[in-house]
Design a binder for this molecule. Sequence first.
Ligand code: CMC
Length: 383
Amino acid sequence: MADTEIKKGLAGVVADETAVSKVNPDTNSLLYRGYPVQELAATQSFEAVAYLLWHGELPTEDQLAEFERLERSLRPLDDRTLALLDTMPTQAHPMDIVRTVVSQLGTFDDTLHRAGGWTDPELDTGRSVYLFAQLPTVVAAVQRRRRGLDPISPRDDLDYARNFLWMTFGEEPDPVVVDAFNRSMILYAEHSFNASTFTARVIASTTADLYSAVTGAIGALKGPLHGGANEAVMYLFDEIGDASRVKGWLDAALAEKRKIMGFGHRVYKRGDSRVPTMKGALDTLVAHYDRQDIADLYDALESEFVERKGIYPNLDYPSGPAYHLIGFDTEIFTPLFIAARVTGWTAHIMEQQASNALIRPLSAYSGADERHIPGYVPDTAEV
Ligand code: CMC
């Protein structure tokens, strides 16, 4: 296969169609079901955006109210999930804990107990809402456990963002924080054929169940070249310390050929369309918590890196420090991304199943030429 063109990392390969979102790097735009993500972040709740991603249209008032009722009723954790959490080391990486819990949630679904019929559009819509409702309760419990605190039960009088923050911190959140958090969830919700979504679609294409596809997607999201970058950005901030140290730190980092987390993107080469909205949310948090030092470090690293390399920040760059200011542990940042992206993953899983073709590409072999085990004499039947 000497003349086969190999697209390393599938870069530039159009693997299928999708109606869920459109990324246009030329116009620097991202549309969810046709709506610019900035407009959704400025005007909608995360619940409404989740509905949009699954159903293709924003909900009417009645549809939203019905969806919210269902979502709120599905928030509490099963005792078996609380027991499972207690079996895992408190300081195990939260991505590993959440991945394990999602896998367990699949075992509660008795429609999956027998092989076959694992994909069903109606059941999968219900399973998607279930995961959407459960994940904040799981992530908040994991965050509290890391701090030696008991989980806080969900409240059905609070919307998604307020309830998530309530369960994590045990106090009514300030509207500034709610707004920034809601925006981050919307911005993280969907991004076409990124690595974790593609993983989910590969698994769905085998007609395995939705929980298996989401569990696999979480594994793909963990890496710092993808979702793990928001956690990694915060380690950079900790390492650099303050704005005055950026130049010296960057000299050394670039000399060592380090990748600077939170910068660069496979598709966007002139800036990530989600960054200005998230940077706006970060600015409101900086003012709210009176942490200009974070903003100074952010600006100094961005301007110095962009000037030297011409590589722009991606969404993880502003969302890392935003989550830090809200008070989450750094290791919880990527699980927050899971809670958001589960909407996009499940929309893609259902889309894949609706017009499925098994995803099974080819490889160009580059190993040893054919060879044989010395002394082996094939059976006559094998010849
Ligand atoms: N720091 C330093 N150099 C970089 C960076 C970076 N963050 N990003 C790209 N480059 C350089 C890279 O070293 C390469 O240089 P050269 O051609 O001299 O070898 C060139 O730019 C092309 O980079 P690439 O890695 O081949 O490009 P890619 O399209 O495969 O990578 C990326 C995209 C996101 C993996 C990469 O930019 C990266 O590793 N960024 C840091 C991790 C990160 O922030 N990931 C989050 C991605 S977006 C949101 C998400 O998925 O959560």
